[in-house]
Design a protein around this ligand. Structure first.
Ligand SMILES: Cc1cc2nc3c(=O)[nH]c(=O)nc-3n(C[C@H](O)[C@H](O)[C@H](O)COP(=O)(O)OP(=O)(O)OC[C@H]3O[C@@H](n4cnc5c(N)ncnc54)[C@H](O)[C@@H]3O)c2cc1C
Length: 500
C-alpha cells in the first residue's frame, strides 16, 4: 500500500511516528474515540509497516500463553506453576481480538481471513523433567476458565496427530504436549489495513517516505523536523501530543528530545533469522505452531518454534528465531545506529549490561556465525527428519532492547511505554510480547496521556464498541460467562473457530 503523494496536515492535534502495528492501532483507536481529531502519521519508508510488523519479520504468533513456556516461570515452593503472567497475556490478547473483530465488523479492515487464522498452539517437551513440568503447568492453567479447553497428553500417537512432523523419526523418550486454540496473525497486513482506513478519514494524513529527524519541546507543543527521503526537502510540524512508535527508530528520536527522564537510556539491538521451508508436500503436513523449551544457551530470547505460516497467500513452514549480532536498529537502518546512540550518560549502563550478560553476547556472536548444518540440528529437535535442501535462511526483524541505568545491567525482554512527566509524548520501547498486545498498549497510552478521551459517557461507550471488556477484569471467576460471550463474539467476527 503506497501513500503518494504524502499528505502533510497544517496543524495536527496528534502526530504518530511510524506506521507499524503500534502506531496504526493507536491512530485508529484515537480517531474512533474522537472523530474530530486531526491525526498525522509519518513513515520513513514509502511502503507502510515494513519493519518489525511486516509478516516476514516476526513469527505472527498471537501470544496468549497457550504454548509459550516463557510466560510461566518455574514451580513455586509448593510445587505449583504460577500462572499470573500467563493470565495477563491471555487477557491482553482477548482485547486485541475484540478490537480487530470490531474493526472487521465495521468494514474497516477488509476480510479477517486475510490477516488472522485459527492455528493450534502446541507446546512440545521431551525428557522426564520437562514432561513433569508441562503436566504441572497444564494442571495449574486448566483450572482457570481461560485455559479450560487446553489438552495435555503424553501419548505419542496423539501428538503425532497434532503435529506429525514432530514425531516422525523421533527416538523413544518420554514426551508430552499441550494443545490450545491459538491464532496466527499477519501484523504487517493488519497495520496497512488500519492505516488505509485512517487515510480515508477527514483531517487525517499519512506522510510515507518522510523521516522524523528531531523532536523538540516548545511551549505547550512539540516541534517535529521531518525530511523527505526522495528529495531531501525538510519540513516542520507542531503537535500537542506525539506518539513515537518507530520500533528501532524510537530511541534516537527519544534522545533528540533532550528530556531529563531520558538521560542514561540506551539500546541494544538483536537481529533475528528464520529457516523457511517452501516444499509444498512438507508444508501441507504441519498445521500448528509448536513451541518448545528455551535452551539454557539462549538466554531470554525465547524458545524455538516450528510454525505453519500463511503470508502473501502462500503456505510455508518457518523455524526460529535464531539470533544474530547487529549494530543496526532497523532493517532499513545503518550500521552506525548503535555507535551513534552512545552518549556519556548511557555508556556505563551499556558497558555494565555487556559485562553482566557476557553469555548473551557470546550467544549472539556464536548464533550469527553458525553453519546451516548446525542450524538444522536445532530444526531436528522439532522435526527429526528435516533435510537441509528444503530450507533457506531469511533475515527477520530487529528488536532493540531498552537499557536503563536503574536496571543495573539486567536485560528485561519486555515491551514498555515511556511517557514524559507532562504526558505530552509517549514512546514505545522494547520487544516481546509485542504486536499481540498492541491494542493494550494503545489503551494504556490513551489512559495515561489522553485520559480526557475516556472521561465522558460517550468516550467510554466508544471504547466499549472497540474493546467490549476494556474496563472489566476477565480473569475474575465471576466474569467467566462474560469471557465466554465476548470471546465467542470476537471469534465469529474474525472467523477463527478452533479446528477439531
Ligand atoms: C524475530 C521477531 C519475532 C517476533 N515475533 C512476534 C510474534 O510472534 N508475535 C508478536 O506479537 N510479536 C512478535 N514480535 C514483535 C513484533 O514484531 C513487534 O513488537 C511489533 O511489530 C512492533 O511494532 P511497532 O509498530 O512498534 O514497530 P515497527 O513495525 O518496527 O514499526 C516502526 C515503524 O517506524 C518507522 N520509523 C522508524 N524510525 C522512523 C523515523 N525517524 N521517522 C519515521 N518513521 C520511522 C519504521 O520504518 C517502521 O515502519 C517479533 C519481533 C521479532 C524481531
Amino acid at each position: 500500500m503506497n501513500f503518494e503523494p504524502a499528505r502533510i496536515l497544517e496543524a495536527p492535534d496528534i502526530v504518530l511516528v511510524g506506521s507499524g502495528i503500534m502506531s496504526a492501532t493507536l491512530a485508529v483507536m484515537l480517531k474512533r474515540l474522537d472523530p474530530r481529531l486531526r491525526i498525522q502519521m509519518v513513515e520513513i519508508t514509502s511502503e507502510l509497516a515494513q519493519e518489525a510488523s511486516n509478516g516476514w519479520n516476526n513469527a505472527g504468533t498471537g501470544h496468549a500463553a497457550l504454548c509459550e513456556l516463557s510466560y510461566t516461570p518455574e514451580r513455586d515452593s509448593s510445587g505449583k506453576v504460577p500462572i499470573t503472567r500467563a493470565l495477563h497475556i491471555f487477557e491482553q490478547f482477548e482485547h486485541s481480538k475484540q478490537f480487530w473483530g470490531s474493526a472487521t465488523a465495521e468494514g474497516m479492515v477488509g476480510a479477517a481471513a486475510d490477516f488472522i487464522h485459527a492455528v493450534p498452539h502446541v507446546c512440545f517437551v521431551k525428557g522426564r523433567e520437562d514432561v513433569d513440568f508441562l503436566r504441572a503447568r497444564h494442571t495449574a492453567m486448566a483450572e482457570h476458565h481461560f485455559f479450560r479447553s487446553t489438552t495435555f497428553t503424553t501419548d505419542s500417537s496423539r501428538i503425532q496427530q497434532w503435529a506429525p512432523l514432530v514425531m516422525e523419526g523421533r527416538n523413544a523418550c518420554p514426551v508430552a504436549a499441550t494443545k490450545g486454540a491459538g491464532t496466527e496473525v499477519d501484523y504487517g497486513l493488519l497495520a496497512r489495513r488500519l492505516c488505509g482506513w485512517l487515510a480515508e478519514q477527514e483531517h487525517c494524513g499519512i506522510a510515507a517516505g518522510w523521516k522524523v529527524t528531531r523532536l523538540q519541546r516548545g511551549v505547550g507543543e512539540w516541534h517535529l523536523t521531518m525530511q523527505c527521503q526522495a528529495t531531501g526537502e525538510t519540513r516542520s510540524q507542531c503537535a500537542k501530543f506525539v506518539f513515537v512508535g518507530a520500533g528501532g527508530g524510537s530511541l534516537p528520536l527519544l534522545q533528540s528530545t533532550g528530556l531529563a527522564e531520558v538521560a542514561g537510556l540506551g539500546g541494544f539491538p538483536i537481529g533475528g533469522q528464520w529457516l523457511v521451508c517452501d516444499e509444498p508436500s512438507i508444508c501441507a503436513r504441519h498445521e500448528a505452531k509448536v513451541y518448545g523449551t528455551t535452551p539454557p544457551s539462549s538466554p531470554s530470547l525465547g524458545a524455538g518454534h516450528l510454525d505453519v505460516r500463511r503470508l502473501n497467500g502462500q503456505r510455508q513452514l518457518l523455524f526460529g528465531p535464531f539470533a544474530s549480532w547487529t549494530t543496526r536498529f532497523l532493517k532499513h537502518g545503518h550500521w552506525s545506529d548503535l555507535p551513534l546512540s552512545i552518549r556519556a550518560g548511557n555508556l556505563s549502563a551499556l558497558l555494565k549490561t555487556g559485562m553482566r550478560n557476557r553469555s548473551l553476547v557470546k550467544y549472539l556472536i556464536t548464533q550469527g556465525l553458525q553453519s546451516m548444518e548446525s542450524r538444522m540440528e536445532a530444526v531436528r529437535e522439532f522435526y527429526p527428519n528435516a533435510c537441509l535442501e528444503h530450507w533457506r535462511l531469511v533475515q527477520a526483524g530487529i528488536r532493540v532492547q531498552a537499557i536503563k541505568k536503574a536496571d543495573r545491567g539486567v536485560v528485561h525482554f519486555g515491551t514498555e511505554v515511556f511517557s514524559s512527566a507532562d504526558r505530552s509524548i509517549a514512546v514505545l520501547l522494547g520487544a516481546s510480547p509485542g504486536a499481540s498486545v498492541s491494542v493494550n498498549i494503545a489503551l494504556e497510552v490513551v489512559q495515561t496521556c489522553l485520559p480526557h478521551l475516556l472521561t465522558s459517557a460517550q468516550g467510554q461507550e466508544r471504547m466499549r464498541r472497540m474493546i467490549p471488556t476494556f474496563d472489566q477484569d476477565l480473569k475474575q471467576p465471576r466474569n467467566a460467562a462474560l469471557f465466554e460471550k465476548t470471546s465467542r463474539e470476537a471469534a465469529e467476527q474474525l472467523q477463527i473457530h478452533p479446528q477439531p
